[in-house]
Design a protein around this ligand. Structure first.
Ligand SMILES: [Zn+2]
Length: 111
């Protein structure tokens, strides 16, 4: 199935299945967990945690790296997302999820 076909299918089935939830979420979000995971296509946070839209605030990068906190003028996507999740969203949990056969971790140890 193509991405376009999947999006159309979602509009007709998945969206309607959770229509009330999506209506609630269009005003605000209140995720309970910050999930930091790898960009690997095999790791799907909502699938492996069986959570619904609005439950996870997700940050994904290669090898689920959490950089040390620093202030810079450059774009700090992961640091900004962590800061926002903790300060603005007040998440209750932080999960850093690694996985087996991670190409990013392999590159770190065996460049
Ligand atoms: Zn990985």
């Amino acid at each position: 199935m193509s991405i376009i076909e999947g999006a159309i299918r979602f509009m007709h089935t998945g969206f309607n299945e959770h229509k009330e939830l999506f209506n609630e979420l269009k005003q605000t979000q209140n995720p309970h967990t910050l999930f930091i995971g790898c960009s690997d296509s095999r790791v799907v946070p909502t699938l492996i945690t069986q959570t619904l839209p609005g439950e996870l605030f997700v940050v994904r990068n290669m090898a689920n790296i959490v950089p040390k906190y620093r202030l810079k003028d450059e774009f700090l996507a992961t640091t900004s997302a962590i800061d926002y999740a903790i300060i603005a969203l007040n998440v209750e949990n932080i999960v850093v999820c690694g996985h087996s056969n991670c190409g990013g971790c392999e590159a770190i140890w065996h460049p």
